[in-house]
Design a protein around this ligand. Structure first.
Ligand code: NAP
Length: 271
């Protein structure tokens, strides 16, 4: 499901979003070996079209293999990878990215992110190298990850950065980054959107979900995408989890539930 379709089909509000990133994707951190290949193939079978990997996950080869085993056309899949912190110089970005493409057995990625900012990196140099890769056609879109609001604004000022991938659940206050993203027509990609599995046990979200016939995890994902400019990338090895996480497009949280859920970030401010 692409953000544009999602907006047209399910939303009554006129959200401004970029028509680029599918609203839900599969996270692959800690998926390895044959299990990783099987999980990604199952997800693609179930309808996922957006896969999130990274150089440091050590599974780009398996993700590439899964895409090829899925039988889907490469252009039907939105593939993200991330430059590791040890590779944040112009030369290392170019070299390591070409190795990523080899492991992924693809000629391009849909989104290339700086995985984490470091004190030592030169942001202008890193982003201009990534924009060069975009010009060359091996990267369709450039983004950042784990950027605080000041660094996110700075990166937007340097060129076409489309997203900041940050840890975001109802427990997390990412509203400054959200505000920047909305003002500049960018997307926030929510990682660990299920609190690494912990959200499933949240009694408050469970109670809200029971009104809609949904689980706490589904409420979390729905609350995130219902912000209007958020894409979510839950990780799930388990096929039932994968399907459950996709099943969030047939209900809409009320305005009251949206704002009640937002209050959770105050209670969990320490996380
Ligand atoms: P997550 O998606 O919040 O949670 C994953 C955990 O939740 C797994 O244990 C999974 O179990 C379980 N789960 C999935 N669906 C469920 C459901 N419907 N009900 C109950 N449990 C469920 O955690 P994450 O892996 O940290 O984050 C997701 C992705 O974000 C990562 O895989 C990675 O791609 C990305 N990420 C990026 C960064 C960054 O620095 N940019 C950092 C962290 C993560 P099963 O696997 O058994 O199904």
């Amino acid at each position: 499901m692409w953000l544009s379709e999602y907006n047209n089909i399910t939303m009554k509000h006129d959200y401004k979003v970029l028509d680029i990133i599918p609203v839900i994707g599969l996270g692959t951190w800690e998926m390895n070996g044959r299990d990783c290949i099987n999980s990604v193939v199952k997800a693609l079978d179930s309808g996922y079209r957006h896969i999130d990997t990274a150089q440091i996950y050590g599974n780009e080869k398996e993700v590439g293999r899964a895409i090829s085993e899925s039988g889907l056309k490469r252009e039907d899949i939105f593939l993200t990878t991330k430059i590791a912190t040890v590779n944040l110089t112009s030369a290392r970005i170019k070299q390591s990215f070409s190795e990523s493409l080899e492991r992924l057995t693809t000629g391009y990625v849909d989104l290339l992110l700086i995985h984490w900012p470091t004190a030592a990196m030169n942001l202008e140099e890193c982003l201009s190298t990534m924009f060069e890769l975009k010009e060359n056609g091996t990267v369709n879109n450039v983004g950042v990850s784990n950027f605080d609001p000041i660094l996110f604004i700075k990166s937007i000022s340097l060129g076409p950065v489309i997203t900041n991938q940050v840890k975001f659940t109802p427990y997390h206050d990412e509203f400054k980054n959200m505000k920047i993203a909305k003002e500049h027509n960018k997307i926030i990609t929510a990682y660990s959107p299920l609190g690494r599995g912990g959200i499933a046990k949240d009694i408050f979200l469970e109670r809200i979900g029971s009104k809609y016939g949904k689980t706490a995890s589904q409420v979390s994902l729905r609350w995130l995408i219902q912000q209007g400019n958020v894409s979510v990338i839950p990780k799930a090895n388990n096929e039932a989890h994968q399907k459950e996480n996709l099943d969030i497009f047939d209900f809409e949280l009320s305005d009251e539930d949206m704002s009640d859920i937002r209050q959770l970030s105050k209670k969990h401010a320490w996380q």
